[in-house]
Design a binder for this molecule. Structure first.
Ligand code: SF4
Length: 403
C-alpha cells in the first residue's frame, strides 16, 4: 500500500482532495551566500554531496505523490533559495519527476541571474517560465542589499535569459526590489533600462522589507540606517507603478505586473485563490483540502535529507475564521478583489451590502482595489473581516441566500 511506512503526518499528506487540481511548490534551500536582506529559509556553503542527497530525496517525494495522484500537477513552481544551484542533471531529474503524468499548465523555475546559461536548454523541455532575481541593475543598490549577485553578472544573466528565450520560447519574469533607502532614482532607472534591454511577460516589484534577524534588520536596529517610511514608500511605489503601466504592463496584484491577462502567474493565482498546493522541501508550506489544512516542512536541511519520506512535516487544520482572514488578505491584494458569491460559497455568508473603503470600489458583487487601494490592501482586508463579523453577529446580511 502506498502509505505504509509513513509517519502519521506523512499519511495526512495523502488525504489530498483529488477532485481538486493540485499544484506543487518545491523549495530548494541553497544559496552561494546569504543576501543581507534575506528572510527566506536557505543555507549557504552546502557541499555537492548534500545537494545531491537533497535532490534524490526530493525526487523520491515527488515520485511518491505523483504515483498516488495519478494525473498531472496543475502548476509547478521551483523556488528557494536559489534553484540555479541545482545544475542540469539534478534539475532535469526533478523536472522529469514533476511531469510524470504530463506537463503542468505552467512550470516556473526561479534562479539568480548568474545561473542563467546554456545548461538550461535540457530542463527547458519541461519548464515554461523562468523567473530571474534581478533585484537591481545598480551596483550601489546591490551593495546596500548585500546581494549575492553583482551588477555585471546580473546584466550577463539578463542577456543569457534573452538568448535562451529566443531559442526555447519560454515566458520570463524579472524580480526587482524598490524602496531601498536613498535609491529611488536607481529604481526608476532600473525599470527604464530593463525595458530597453529585454523582452519579458511579467515583472514583480517588491518593496524592501527590513526583517528582524537579517543582517539589514540588525543594522537597522543598531540605528545604522532607517528604512524608507510609509509615505515615502507609497510615493515611490506609485511613481514606479506609473512607469510600468505606461510601458504597457498590467498591474494585477500589489507586487505583480503582466503583459496582459494571459501572462499572469498561474501558480501565484493558486495561492491567492486559496487553491490546493503541496510544498515539498525544508521550509515549504502546503495548503490541502479537505479539511482546509496547512502543512509545513521543518526548516532543517540535514533532517530533511536524513529522515524517512514525509517525516519532517507538521499539519494544522485551519478553521473558518483563519480561512476567512487568508481569503480577505489575499483577495484585497489582487485586481479581481473579493466576490460576494465566492464568499457565500466558501463561508456561507455574502459580503455585507454597506462596504465602503478608500481606494476600493464595490458594486454589491465585487469589492475591488484600484491604484490607491493597492496601497491600502491590508487595512481593507481588516475592514472587510470586521464587517463580516458584525453582520454575522446581527444576523442581517449573513444569512445564506439573502440579497
Ligand atoms: S538568493 Fe534569494 S534566497 Fe538566496 S540569500 Fe539571496 S535573497 Fe535569500
Amino acid at each position: 500500500m502506498l502509505c505504509s511506512g509513513l509517519s502519521p503526518t506523512g499519511r495526512a499528506l495523502f488525504d489530498i482532495d483529488r477532485t481538486r487540481p493540485l499544484s506543487l511548490y518545491l523549495h530548494i534551500p541553497f544559496c552561494t551566500r546569504k543576501c543581507s536582506y534575506c528572510g527566506f529559509f536557505s543555507k549557504a556553503g552546502c557541499s555537492e554531496a548534500a545537494i545531491d542527497a537533497f535532490a534524490s530525496k526530493l525526487v523520491s517525494e515527488i515520485d511518491f505523490i505523483s504515483q498516488s495522484l495519478g494525473k498531472p500537477f496543475c502548476t509547478v513552481f521551483i523556488g528557494g533559495g536559489n534553484p540555479g544551484i541545482l545544475g542540469e542533471k539534478r534539475l532535469l531529474a526533478i523536472a522529469k519527476a514533476c511531469c510524470r503524468w504530463g506537463k503542468p499548465s505552467e512550470f516556473t523555475v526561479e534562479m539568480n541571474p548568474e545561473n542563467a546559461g546554456s545548461w538550461l536548454e535540457g530542463p527547458l523541455e519541461y519548464i515554461t517560465r523562468l523567473s530571474i532575481g534581478v533585484q537591481s541593475l545598480d551596483q550601489k543598490v546591490l551593495d546596500i542589499l548585500g546581494r549575492n549577485s553583482s551588477a555585471l553578472d546580473t546584466l550577463r544573466g539578463i542577456e543569457e535569459s534573452q538568448r535562451l528565450k529566443q531559442l526555447c520560447g519560454f515566458s520570463l519574469n524579472y524580480d526587482f526590489i524598490c524602496c531601498v533607502p536613498g535609491c529611488r532614482e536607481s529604481s526608476v532607472q532600473d525599470l527604464k533600462k530593463i525595458r530597453e534591454l529585454a523582452r519579458f511577460e511579467h515583472l514583480s516589484l517588491y518593496s524592501l522589507m527590513v526583517e528582524p534577524k537579517t543582517v539589514m534588520g540588525i543594522r537597522a536596529e543598531k540605528g545604522e540606517f532607517s528604512p524608507v517610511g510609509d509615505d515615502d514608500q507609497a510615493d515611490e511605489l506609485e511613481m514606479l507603478w506609473d512607469l510600468l503601466e505606461s510601458s504597457g504592463m498590467e498591474h494585477y496584484e500589489v507586487s505583480n505586473f503582466a503583459a496582459g491577462p494571459d501572462h499572469e502567474c498561474l501558480h501565484n493565482k493558486v495561492y491567492w485563490n486559496m487553491g490546493q498546493y503541496l510544498g515539498l522541501g525544508p521550509g515549504a508550506a502546503s495548503t490541502l483540502y479537505s479539511p482546509y489544512t496547512r502543512v509545513e516542512c521543518l526548516s532543517n536541511v540535514d533532517q530533511y535529507i536524513n529522515s524517512p519520506l514525509f517525516s519532517g512535516y507538521r499539519t494544522e487544520a485551519l478553521g473558518r475564521i483563519q480561512q476567512m482572514e487568508e481569503w480577505a488578505i489575499m483577495g484585497c491584494r489582487t485586481r479581481y478583489g473579493l466576490g460576494s458569491d465566492d464568499c457565500l460559497a466558501r463561508f456561507g455568508v455574502r459580503l455585507p451590502s454597506f462596504l465602503e473603503y478608500p481606494g476600493f470600489t464595490y458594486d454589491g458583487s465585487f469589492f475591488r482595489p484600484g491604484r490607491e487601494g493597492f496601497l491600502l490592501a491590508d487595512g481593507a482586508a481588516s475592514y472587510v473581516l470586521d464587517a463580516l463579523a458584525s453582520s454575522d453577529a446581527d444576523g442581517e446580511e449573513s444569512r445564506i441566500g439573502q440579497n
